[in-house]
Design a protein around this ligand. Structure first.
Ligand code: DGY
Length: 319
């Protein structure tokens, strides 16, 4: 008898195939609301649910789920949309998908970094409008990436992968993290226990920490003022880390040379003022969005569900 699971969003085809092989899976070609998920879980006596970050699994949702539900697996490394204490109180296991998206998320951080420093968006706009006027030696200049000091806030798996890539560009790495890394992971990077002390040294700053109460609006008027003039800001973590109004002020005043953003305070209805600024390079929360990685995330979520329903502690258990 196969276990009953729900995939209440449009999963990649390979993930749907695996889900149907291993489980009694109910799959969809659109993202369901949490009310629809609750109703279906009751109707299908669902034991496992795979969710995506837009599906907010709050205490209210968890309390309404039937007793048949034993595990909820989010297809993301971030889990700020899951209320862990409420799930724990009901004995519902929660899992995420770390590791498998590290490389692609670090790649998109570099995509943003290079485009922000080298004015990728403006160059593209010039080409799209038919580029007929030659530039002088002093027009449309970007910032040299090689040799710059990159500050990384949050030196977990993704932060370390960004550092590895940046070393390939001859960048100097400094970082701020709750704990200092052992030498073999630090690889010569300079540790700051205090974020504010690191900021004046960051020619480029990359956020790679989770969205938590502690990290909310860590980027604000005060912290932006501590960055060197003409610095560059990159965010592939969560929009909640940034006071976007303060960021916009810093981009308009020229304090920041540019920003590269994959995440926003409000998604998908992001602040449209950002797109009016010439010095931002924007992507729509696509850090993990490659064919290979989205398959791997789906497979990992299914593995977690399988482990949980076998009575094991899943490899990516969040409590
Ligand atoms: C993650 O995995 O947390 C990505 O940001 C997708 O939401």
């Amino acid at each position: 008898m196969k276990h009953s699971i729900l995939l209440p969003y449009r999963a990649p085809q390979n993930v749907v195939i695996l889900a149907n092989q291993r489980f009694q899976a109910t799959t969809f070609d659109r993202e369901l609301s949490v009310d629809e998920i609750i109703a279906l879980a009751k109707e299908k006596k669902t034991e496992g649910i795979v969710v995506v970050p837009k599906q907010k699994i709050t205490k209210d949702v968890i309390d309404k789920l039937p007793d048949s539900v034993k595990v909820i697996a989010t297809c993301s490394v971030g889990f700020d949309h899951l209320e862990i204490p409420a799930a724990k109180a009901r004995g519902i296991l929660l899992t995420n998908t770390p590791d498998v998206l590290t490389e692609c998320t670090a790649d998109i951080a570099m995509l943003l970094l290079l485009n922000a420093c080298r004015r990728g968006r403006e160059y593209m706009q010039i080409m799209e409008s038919g580029w007929r006027k030659a530039f002088s030696q002093s027009d449309m200049l970007g910032l040299k990436v090689s040799g710059k000091t990159l500050g990384i806030y949050g030196m977990g798996r993704i932060g370390q992968a960004v550092a590895d890539r940046a070393r390939g560009f001859g960048m100097k790495i400094i970082y701020c993290n709750r704990r200092r890394l052992p030498a073999e992971l630090e690889k010569g990077a300079t540790y700051f226990s205090d974020f504010n002390e690191m900021l004046p040294h960051c020619q480029i700053l990359s956020l790679n920490a989770p969205g938590t109460a502690e990290t909310k609006h860590i980027i604000n008027d005060e912290t932006l003022a501590l960055l060197p003039n003409n610095s560059v800001f990159i965010n592939v973590a969560r929009g909640s880390l940034v006071d976007e109004s303060a960021l916009i002020r810093a981009l308009k005043s020229g304090k920041l040379f540019a920003a590269g953003l994959d995440v926003f305070e409000n998604e998908p209805a992001y602040n449209l003022e950002l797109k009016e600024l010439h010095n931002v390079f924007l992507t729509p929360h696509m850090g993990s969005a490659t064919q290979e990685t989205r398959d791997a995330m789906g497979y990992r979520a299914l593995e977690n569900i399988e482990q949980a329903l076998k009575g094991q502690r899943p490899q990516d258990s969040l409590w």
